[in-house]
Ligand binder design. Sequence first.
Ligand SMILES: *Cc1c(COP(=O)(O)O)cnc(C)c1O
Length: 375
Amino acid sequence: MNSPKTACVHAGTLFDEKTGGVNSPIYTSTSFAYLGLDEAVYPRYFNIPNTEALGKKIAALEQADSGMVFSSGMAAITSVLFAFLRQGDHAIFQTGLYGGTFHFVTTRLERFGIEYDISVNNEPATFAGLIKENTRLIYIETPSNPLLKVTDIKATADLARSNNLLTVIDNTFASPINQHPYPLGIDIVIHSATKYLGGHADICAGAAVSGKENMLKIRDMARGLGGSLNAQTVYLLERSIKTLALRMEQHNRNAQFLAEKLFVHPAIEKVYYPGLTHHPEHEIARRQMSGFGGMLSFEIRDLDPVQFQRNLKLIRPSVSLGGVDSIICSPALTSHRHLSPQEKKNEGISDNLLRLSVGIEDADDLLHDIEQAIS
Ligand SMILES: *Cc1c(COP(=O)(O)O)cnc(C)c1O
């Protein structure tokens, strides 16, 4: 099933033998028959039929062999890291990590005896310089939050392969419609399904896809960590993904439109969007993305960013991203609020930077909302 639109609707769907209904039945039990089975069926073992079916759907979208769903993006991330890192290992992380990942890495890994380096940038040449004898994996995230920096996926995968290292990517911002890191050579692809996969700001979930062998290791660790997703949410997520390709088309189109309009707007200082030709890594983005996504950031001039957000009528100032509703937030007041002024400066997070998660509304309505909030 190669076409993403078809895979969104059909991949992994469980056939309802009893009625022939078109949707996967929901399995709510936590107690299942065991006689004659090699392995017990249990929600936290990640082997309920719906859960497995949804893993297959996401794996098909990512063009990978095997997939799993989790109770959150962080459950996926921590399960993957703990599945492959052990005491004495070293890991390399790119700069500009999602806040929750950054916090976990910098406050938890050391106590398990795991060493790490956070690269000063997102360039494979810099990752190469950080490789040590005990390095086990390289972890990237592209496009990054909130400045939409683009990491060269294939160059990172090639570097890792030639050094026998595992690669992990957080593919949340791109979605499995716009970017396929697995066929480019990345070993494990992770999503916060809370964002585009769920798409309606009403589901908290995560996903990971990989080859069969790696997936068994991840599942083994995940069973102990316990981040499985409940049956009702599994169903909602499967339902959401049926429209993912359609939604992403509109997210891509709206964000490109707004990025171009904001770029020439006199009240806007800077626009960060990989689909703009002036974006420093636009050429890399063109090579590895089939759409540039629904996330963009910009800096406003001569206007209090909080007042600007209050002036908006359609676009809501709120956190998270990837839903059908357009929402906006100030990284300096949310994800990056704990950074010192100097750290914010180093990271390129100014007080007038705003991150916009462009929804699927009419693009002109969104532009008018921004224009009326500026004037
Ligand atoms: C939200 C997010 C996460 C964490 O996902 P949760 O579902 O909130 O646990 C990880 N990475 C990125 C890029 C995110 O946006």
